[in-house]
Design a protein around this ligand. Sequence first.
Ligand code: 13P
Length: 249
Amino acid sequence: MHRRRFCVANWKMNFNSSDTKSFLENWGKKDLNNKEVKTIFCPSFTELNTTAELLHNSDSELGAQNVYYESNGAYTGEISCRMLKDLGCNWVIIGHSERRAIFGETDEMVCHKLDKLTSENMYPIVCIGETKDERENGKTEEVLSRQLLVAFENQKGKNIEHTVIAYEPVWAIGTGITATIDMISEAHQCIRNIFNTNGFNGNEISILYGGSVTNENAAELSNITDVDGFLVGGASLDVEKFYAIYNQL
Ligand code: 13P
């Protein structure tokens, strides 16, 4: 898989079953003729089944917002790769900043999850990004480098072409403050360089931007050379807004 364009909805802890049905029934009526763009919906675990049924026969795909790295056992509240695959869910977001900040997900855990997903031939969406403090202290590159190199430690020499990176500056998530074009461009180039200088082919990896993407800024952001698509939170809860974003990719 070479670099592709993605429009990924991270619904976070929002939709219940009737919300999911109403969104996807409307989505199904849209003219989804932009075949260059892969659309992925990531609902809560409880809505994976409904989403899978509603996406059946569509070009959109199913993703989860998290997974645990053990195969099975006494891990109350966790979900395995096998359970996701059973539902036709092949994409999984890992290392989201909310998982890191609120639930203590470490770089090492992201590494275990990445190892597990790749060994199961699933497709990880690995989220990385700096906090406001880290950016203000000139640490952005150092943070991105650490997050990537720890996560990909065991992937050297392996085929990572199905892995997608999402650059989501923590301070831009859910705040309405989008990173500037220069910041995004610089960060995406930096990510490609980190891969290229560490034994991977950074030019083949799709890198998405996430953080206050809306129907209003999507056109401008999608023109940035190194941006291969978006990971959308808030605006993905509104069919019209998400469709407008899809159309601008
Ligand atoms: P918002 O689009 O709401 O800023 O969220 C971004 C995000 O966290 C997607 O994973």
